[in-house]
Design a protein around this ligand. Structure first.
Ligand SMILES: NC(=O)C1=CN([C@@H]2O[C@H](COP(=O)(O)OP(=O)(O)OC[C@H]3O[C@@H](n4cnc5c(N)ncnc54)[C@H](OP(=O)(O)O)[C@@H]3O)[C@@H](O)[C@H]2O)C=CC1
Ligand SMILES: CC(=O)N[C@@H](CCC(=O)OP(=O)(O)O)C(=O)O
Length: 346
């Protein structure tokens, strides 16, 4: 039973994921937003930065992590920055949900190799993908919220790895521009990204080892990953390509049915994963603004290539919505509290 309002703080509240945390949490019946921090906008009302969120009478504050006397802190800060503040916040007794990559890796050498920096404060954390770690999240002090690409990729491929159906998977993802955060970069300049598709980090994106870490827990699957920037504001559409170990060209329809049933079984009790049937193919604008992930496709071509598609909103299921799902689990709230809304379409 919930006895009192849960007090929360958002560190890095001026960023895109910070704005989404405020937008969603403001409607949460058991949560009181006590602090929203920003170094750049200290003493500025939040609507100056997030003009979609009005009348909350909240101002950004530039606070020391030790001053955050709340129950739960969301650190919506870049990797490298989170590791400098998370240990101090944990010392206050607050639970921490970190949205950066700093605590997602079980192996520090992998983190240091792919993020190109030393980890100054390794800590035990639970990987915050509720579809895999629900029970561990409920007991966690520190949750490492998954990366946006890994969320879509892992959901689209997990049953294949669990059943050892494929040896290699190619994850091809298209991402909206908000994935890059508020800091301008050349690719995000309007004339560069509009009317364009920009592949990047073809074989070297730091989300590849994260996807590998999680899918590799069940089989010897090898993950390849390439992201593409597409001219949309939010959303990640992922195509998971793989060749079935068990493939022979007979009876493709019954193999497709088997796979669909496998995914339906995997996600049947999941509040935010919808497995689309009858050949329906996920699209971005069906999930935009929502915490839902859609999975569909389940086609097999004549060469035995299996194609599964997932769609998520990078800022919601890929970041802030998933972080709030994790908070709901930690605090014993209804899992979908404040997260029930469907996507915005068109
Ligand atoms: N955008 C996305 O789709 C996703 C983002 N993430 C991750 O979530 C985190 C936040 O992302 P996002 O909101 O997009 O990022 P933004 O760049 O939009 O915002 C991050 C905020 O953190 C603050 N900040 C920056 N550097 C530091 C620092 N050294 N110390 C303290 N605060 C700092 C800034 O606020 P100020 O300068 O005002 O203090 C900034 O507004 C990142 O780790 C990102 O990789 C994860 C999944 C998806
Ligand atoms: C479009 C764009 O630049 N996307 C970012 C998404 C990364 C992100 O948000 O990083 P974490 O989830 O690891 O924190 C990128 O590819 O680096």
């Amino acid at each position: 039973m919930v006895l009192k309002m849960t007090e929360i703080a958002i560190v890095g509240g001026s960023g895109y994921t910070g704005g989404e945390l405020i937008r969603i949490l403001e409607k949460h019946p058991h949560v009181d937003i006590k602090y929203i921090t920003s170094r750049k906008y200290a003493d500025v009302p939040i609507e100056k930065v997030h003009p979609n969120i009005r009348d909350l009478n909240l101002i950004f504050q530039d606070l020391n992590p030790k001053e955050l006397d709340v129950d739960v802190v969301f650190t919506a800060t870049p990797h490298g920055a989170s590791m400098k503040i998370v240990p101090e916040i944990l010392e206050t007794g607050a639970k921490v949900i970190d949205l950066s990559g700093d605590y997602r890796f079980k192996d520090m050498a992998t983190y240091e190799k792919w993020y190109g920096m030393d980890h100054i404060a390794p800590l035990k954390a639970v990987y915050g993908l509720p579809e895999i770690y629900r029970e561990d999240i409920k007991k966690a002090d520190l949750v490492a919220n998954p990366g946006c690409f890994p969320t879509g990729a892992i959901l689209a491929t997990l049953p294949l790895s669990k059943e050892k159906l494929v040896d290699n998977v190619i994850i091809d993802s298209k991402t909206g521009i908000s994935g890059g955060g508020v800091t301008p970069a050349e690719n995000f300049h309007f004339p560069n990204c509009s009317d364009n598709v920009i592949p990047y980090n073809l074989t070297s994106h730091r989300h590849m080892p994260e996807i590998q870490q999680e899918l590799g827990l069940y089989s010897k699957i090898k993950v390849s990953f390439t992201p593409h920037l597409v001219p949309v504001i939010r959303g990640i559409l992922t195509t998971s390509h793989s060749f079935l170990n068990i493939y022979d060209s007979s009876d493709i329809e019954s193999k497709k049915e088997y796979l669909l049933n496998l995914y339906k079984k995997q996600y049947k009790n999941e509040p935010f994963v919808k497995v689309l049937e009858n050949g329906e193919i996920p699209t971005l604008n069906a999930v935009r603004g929502s915490n839902f992930g859609h999975i569909g496709g389940f086609e097999i071509d004549e060469n035995g290539r299996l194609v599964i598609i997932s769609a998520i909103d990078n800022l919601v299921k890929g970041a802030s919505g998933q972080a709030i799902h994790n908070m709901n689990l930690i605090c014993g709230f209804k899992e979908n509290e404040a997260l029930e809304s469907y996507g915005m379409r068109p």
